[in-house]
Design a protein around this ligand. Sequence first.
Ligand SMILES: Nc1ncnc2c1ncn2[C@@H]1O[C@H](COP(=O)(O)OP(=O)(O)OP(=O)(O)O)[C@@H](O)[C@H]1O
Ligand SMILES: [Mg+2]
Length: 487
Amino acid sequence: MQCHTSSRARLGTSQRSCSSTVVSKRSSSRYRQQAIPIPEIASIATSVESIVNELASHAGPLQPAVQVIGGDIASVAALSPTLPGLARLTGLWYLLGTKPNPLLGMLDFFALGPVSKALDRKLSARDFVLRDKLGGGNFGVTYEAVRLTGSDGTLSTRKPLTPEQKQRRVVMKRVNLDRAGVRNNFLKAGTMAKGAAESGAVESYMCDKIKRNPLVAANCAAYLGEFTAEEGTNGIQKDTQWLVWKFESDSTLGDALSGQLGTWPEDIEDIMLGRIDSSKPVEKREAAVIKGVLKQVMQGVLRLHSLGIVHRDIKPENLLITVNGEVKIIDFGAACDMCTGINFNPLYGMLDPRYSPPEELVMPQSFPKAPNPFVAALLSPFAWTYGRPDLFDSYSCGILLMQMCVPQLRSTANIRQFNNQLRGFDQDLEQWRRFNGRQMDFTQLDRSNGAGWDLATKLLARRDKYNRGRISVGQALRHRYFLPELF
Ligand SMILES: Nc1ncnc2c1ncn2[C@@H]1O[C@H](COP(=O)(O)OP(=O)(O)OP(=O)(O)O)[C@@H](O)[C@H]1O
Ligand SMILES: [Mg+2]
């Protein structure tokens, strides 16, 4: 305390003499300058201290801790920090201020997860009746289904649904059960899924974690839970395992891009922009639709990253476009949770060659295998900063941008060829354009002084061994491409 007073006194004097010199030196010159009052550092420290004391008096049992940390902050504010104080503040910042947050990661995995699982409404085969098949991936078969209520009686799988029944539609994914099964401690060990059954368990784990975080859940299909059919009923076989989501939409971005809904991007203009404003130039309206979709995808991916989840399969088929103009991310079978190490192995990856970056893995191969979830959560901010696993998803967003903007890259075969060719040019998009893109239409990317093109080059760039070169989705969202257009 004494030290503060004397430093304040010293500072006060030196400031006064210093500012008076400045004024007297220039008072005669034609640049008349007024002395700007600089707040005294020690007085800031005193204010911090009084705030801390006030907080501490209301902190109950946490009073001693608040006082110690508050004292540390005050000493930093007074520019006289102590080593233990700095260590305490760094530790606190690491636990509370870093992303993915280790404290929240541990709390979620060890407390919130088990509690919410115990409280979840139990689903059963009798609750649903299966209807059309929607997809058949490597790890499961996806169906449209309807959640039954008492009034349904037996609902025919063929009869068209009433509007009220449509409201009760769900999507059910039957997990392919393989001989490998699910290892007993699989989700507790922090490791990568082996086979279809464990991939089903991974998807359920990711969706459960997302569900506990409403801000993140808003960008993903609403997950209702999982069950194993205890009996065969309504087209559901006994002993099969199912994951269930709310039916969010009839269309994916893949459907919209492939022309199934009309001409892209006008086909979703009214739902994305709320109306079709024919008074505006078509090009500008198209740009608004593409930007709107990409922005939502990136915001969703950014939120997943804040939980430590890397999706690893961002592509048009895994993005639903709802009637309200929302973009919902689906299909978490390939995702990995870098906060707990679930579904992560530095040597193996899951990828779609059309959308995956050249490095193919989320982390450098030299990175150690995931430890148990406690240690993984504790080290996750380090791992994230060192390996930048998020740059995997930002690359996929770059491919998505190219596919949405360049008509010649819209088909599945062409986007695959594009990603291959780009590797041949060491991820140099300019070079690729000069050789392979000569005949293509880049109007959308070249607008506004090449804003879209600039963004694409930064998202599709190769990352060097220090992970420099490619931008994250957070940086991409701050790119001038997303600024409102003036003209
Ligand atoms: N919540 C949902 N609402 C509406 N449709 C959905 C939903 N979830 C999935 N679908 C539809 O089911 C399809 C398959 O789902 P998903 O991508 O999760 O499975 P998959 O294992 O990848 O299968 P596939 O390889 O056939 O895509 C999606 O492309 C989409 O058309
Ligand atoms: Mg899919």
